[in-house]
Design a protein around this ligand. Structure first.
Ligand code: MSP
Length: 644
């Protein structure tokens, strides 16, 4: 660890209510910040709201209020949710605050004075929803390449940032700093994007079309493009051009968290802006995947957006945070289902963690209430102790490599080892037989190890893990991960345990509300429930949904030696590493022809070894007569997109 950690979230648009996507990034940033604080790093955590631009102006107009009134009303929903979720941000920046707007204006003026911003006539297409300009060739079937909506033809004068001149520099920077854009496949995606000539960035909007923004200091007929304004929050909040000492203490950010949909703005616009300003690059920009409802993208129109408040109502704040952190492998998409939430809650938290605590507390109370000094080893300690040590020492590297789910899994596996240990030693029988030397060892081992595991999980579940430490006689003094790593943990022996209500009382399935389900899914489920006509072999939507189809980009291809029908491919399906896949298409495609294609694959096929080569997945192709053609997708779809 560097000893300093500055983490940021994207700043959220105030055009809507916060949903699980917003909650996820903010919880993730909070968990990272809490880990670093617990390790003794000089930590700073920034979040906030993006309050300018067309989306907010439109939302305000719809509600019949001014954009500022609208922002003032909506921002509270975010702030309240963060409070509810126990978020420990050090600052909350709103882009309508003077401290931000003034810095944006100074930056604009400086870039303009230095010729980095110029005025020119723009002719092209504009998507109101995305607030972005496109050239004719960017459009997909005449529509916005990002959201698929109608675009309007535009001819107007605007101001442009000379982004194109930094293209080569950016390519070199990304290549020479592999940690800069993470996961690595997102760096490749950015480099792929940078293969096309980079255009200059239009950074103004004429007030005649959009007035809700920061006025350009050198032309009062224009406001600043919302992304150019918003990205600057990461530095305006920590003293850029205002407080050099504060700025030097915080910047460069260690980790800038984003969702995968805002990769280009953060991996292309943001670094080139910083370069033009002569400001250091952030340590890393990490793009996480999306939460899907089941297998479907969440969207308001499908009515399947998960409301974090509702989930907190079911399992509580800490368990909700735990679920999000344990369930998503950072970088990939994850599926949110009520079943998975309940499963994790009842099994990991109620059965495993909660149970281990209540066992040790009950047994210790029965034995007098104080955690005893250990007596004779029972001979069963090894597995439990080493699982705990592995969890303690592994957490730091899991954090550094952004494999939080693995760090959490190691803690839970140590908890399970703890429950096995209790069962093997049967302390209730030891008490009955008056085998105090062994009983003391068991009670001490469980209490001491469980306390360490609670410290490791405290960044994820701060409230419950504080309760746990208290129950084990920790009082108000909470241990930190720094204490664990330095071995500076006061001995728990002699402390009095406290009777506690179950930390995670089991929730019966029927107590939980129905899973969020899209209108389309509901319709499909109803259809699937109806009896199928006997003569036709039909599959239900659930059966079909088990097959996970994804888009994949072929990133390597060669003939498989000794097999003239087979090609050995490497495919990018949006995971950290490309996958191997063997395909029987060598008679129809040469390696050169298939290279670079975006194809469709079954991503959850059981792995197989074909002629000595590993294959994880199957590609789809249409066969007709003697011909075979690959199934590809319409338009520029990124690798790893779900198909269904
Ligand atoms: N205002 C811009 C960010 C500007 S940062 C200088 C913005 N705001 S947003 O409110 O639309 O989205 C914020 C974040 O929420 C994005 O990182 C986006 O990826 C994330 N999510 C939105 N839906 C999501 C899921 N379903 N799952 C996970 N995160 C998703 O973009």
């Amino acid at each position: 660890m560097s000893g300093k950690f500055y983490v940021t979230t994207p700043i959220y648009y105030v055009n809507d209510r916060p949903h699980i996507g917003h909650a996820y990034t903010t919880i993730l940033a909070d968990v990272l910040a809490c880990f670093h604080r617990s390790m003794g790093d000089d930590t700073y955590f920034l979040t906030g709201t993006d309050e300018h631009g067309q989306k907010v102006e439109n939302a305000a107009a719809k509600n019949g209020v001014t954009p500022q009134q609208h922002a003032d009303e909506t921002v509270v929903r975010f702030q309240e949710l963060w409070q509810k979720l126990g978020i420990t941000n050090d600052d909350f920046i709103r882009t309508t605050e003077a401290r931000h707007k003034d810095v944006v204006k100074e930056i604009l003026q400086d870039l303009y004075d230095r010729g980095e911003i110029y005025k020119a006539e723009y002719t092209g297409w504009y998507c109101v929803g995305c607030e972005r300009y496109f050239t004719e060739k960017d459009l997909v079937e005449g529509k916005c390449p990002d959201c698929g909506r109608e675009v309007s033809a535009l001819k107007e004068s605007n101001y442009f940032f000379r982004m194109s001149k930094y293209q080569e520099w950016l390519i070199d920077y990304i290549k020479s700093h592999p940690e800069f854009i993470q996961p690595a496949f997102r760096a490749n995606e950015t480099l792929g994007f940078l293969k096309q000539p980079l255009a200059d960035l239009c950074i103004s909007r004429p007030k005649s079309r959009l007035s809700w923004g920061i006025e350009l200091p050198f032309d009062s007929d224009y406001v600043c493009y919302v992304w150019f304004d918003a990205l600057i929050n990461y530095i305006s909040a920590v003293g850029y051009r205002r407080d050099d000492a504060a700025f030097a203490r915080r910047w460069p950010a260690s980790c800038q968290l984003i969702g995968k949909d805002i990769l280009t703005t953060h991996s292309v616009y943001w670094p080139t802006m910083l370069k033009a300003m002569n400001v250091e690059m952030p340590g890393s920009i990490f793009a996480h995947g999306w939460w899907l409802t089941g297998n479907t993208k969440m969207s308001k129109s499908l009515g399947n957006v998960v409301n974090p408040m509702e989930m907190i109502g079911i399992v509580g704040v800490d368990a909700f945070r735990y679920f999000l952190m344990a369930e998503m492998t950072l970088g990939n998409d994850a599926s949110f289902t009520r079943e998975a939430l309940m499963r994790r809650y009842n099994s990991d938290l109620a059965n495993d963690l909660g149970n281990l605590l209540s066992r040790v507390v009950k047994l210790t109370l029965r034995a007098g209430g104080a955690i005893p000094a250990p007596g004779e080893p029972t001979g069963n300690e090894e597995e439990f102790n080493s699982a705990v040590e592995a969890a303690v020492s592994g957490m730091k590297s899991c954090l550094e490599s952004m494999k939080l789910d693995q760090g959490i899994a190691a803690v839970l596996s140590a908890v399970r080892a703890g429950n096995r240990y209790v069962e093997q030693c049967a302390p209730w029988a030891l008490a009955k037989n008056n085998d105090i030397a062994h009983l003391n060892t068991v009670l001490y081992t469980v209490a001491a190890n469980l306390r360490k595991l609670a410290v490791l999980l405290a960044p994820v579940m701060p409230g419950k893990m504080a309760e746990l430490q208290k129950a084990l006689g920790g009082g108000d003094e909470l241990l930190t991960i720094g204490d664990l790593l330095s071995g500076n943990c006061p001995d728990p022996a002699g402390r009095t345990v406290q009777e506690v209500a179950p930390l995670f009382p089991r929730i019966q399935e029927e107590e939980a509300p129905a899973a969020p389900c899209s209108k389309a899914e509901k319709k499909e489920k109803a259809k699937a429930a109806a009896p199928a006509p006997e003569a036709v072999e039909l599959v239900t939507i659930d059966q079909f949904c088990k097959v996970k189809l994804k888009t994949a980009r072929v990133v390597a291809a060669e003939k498989l030696e000794g097999a003239d029908k087979l090609l050995k491919l490497k495919i990018d399906i949006g995971e950290a590493e490309p996958r191997p896949l063997v395909a029987g298409v060598a008679k129809y495609y040469t390696p050169e022809e298939i290279m670079g294609k975006t194809i469709v694959v079954v991503s959850n096929l059981q792995p197989a070894t074909i002629r000595g080569a590993e294959s994880r997945g199957m590609l789809l192709a249409a066969k007709f007569g003697k011909e075979l053609r690959l199934v590809t997708v319409d338009g520029d779809v990124p690798a790893g997109a779900d198909i269904g």
